[in-house]
Design a protein around this ligand. Structure first.
Ligand SMILES: Cc1ncc(COP(=O)(O)OP(=O)(O)O)c(N)n1
Ligand SMILES: Cc1nc(C(=O)O)sc1CCOP(=O)(O)O
Length: 225
């Protein structure tokens, strides 16, 4: 199947702004009897535009097996698929890219591992981190936590002024993450964000497809307000 993300060298089309509108980060906490592939499928059907596979408690073998399964789902729907933290695994399974934090490998090293065509996302919590990530070849930034969250134990709050300053400082797309839900997404309007990244507002919900539909509509409104 044709990949949507294959680009000529140097072209900045690895990561389209529209793809950043509703970014879903996986989490098995609320799986129940479902499979993650099924949940991700429902999220995409509802309008999710980007998937990050983030699984902190799987051993390497299970991680790779599951990541390959989710990659297939994303390929079928032509939705970008990145792996959290592990650039080597992203390369090994031909994911569309990797998302790395400030405690992970640098974007420069991720680029060396993955090559020119892959997406590299970086977490930034200050303007300095954002500018360095952009200089080092990041394709987009995740900024958070913009609200209180129970999903990431070591999340650190990022103030709204900082979100805005980061969006103004860089040219690459910036998305917000952390505690975002239908009730507060519109509070993020006016900061220059390209979209939102969510975990529990999708995967903890009984109807993931409907939750995605609601969040997509609100995210579009937030970005355009
Ligand atoms: C889109 C997005 N933004 C931020 C993060 C957080 O990354 P990081 O700081 O590396 O923390 P962990 O995800 O590894 O706990 C993210 N994953 N995605
Ligand atoms: C993966 C992640 N990173 C964060 C950060 O602040 O960098 S917060 C977070 C979890 C976001 O989960 P929820 O949408 O359920 O609040």
């Amino acid at each position: 199947m044709k990949r949507i993300l294959g680009t000529a060298k140097g072209q900045k089309t690895r990561c389209r702004r529209e793809s950043m509108l509703l970014y879903a980060v996986t989490d098995r906490t609320w799986l129940g009897d479902a499979t993650l592939a099924k949940q991700v499928g429902a999220a995409i059907k509802g309008g999710v535009t980007f998937i990050q596979f983030r699984e902190k408690h799987l051993d390497k073998e299970a991680f790779i097996r599951e990541a390959k399964e989710i990659r297939e789902v994303c390929m079928n729907y032509q939705v970008p698929f990145v792996i959290n933290d592990h650039a080597d695994i992203a390369a090994a399974i031909d994911a569309d890219g990797v998302h790395v934090g400030q405690k992970d490998i640098d974007a420069l090293d991720a680029r060396r591992i993955l090559g020119e065509d892959k997406i590299i996302g970086v977490t930034a919590r200050t303007v300095e981190q954002a500018l360095r990530a952009q200089e080092h070849g990041a394709d987009y930034l995740g900024v958070g936590a913009v609200f209180q969250t129970n999903t990431k134990a070591d999340a650190v709050e990022v103030k709204r002024d900082t979100v805005k300053a980061i969006c103004e400082a860089v040219d690459i797309p910036v998305i917000a993450i952390g505690g975002i839900g239908e009730d507060n997404v519109l509070q993020l309007a006016g900061n220059g964000l390209c979209g939102i990244a969510v975990v529990s507002a999708l995967f903890a919900r009984p109807d993931i497809e409907q939750a995605a539909r609601n969040l997509k509509r609100l995210s579009e409104k937030m970005v355009n307000q």
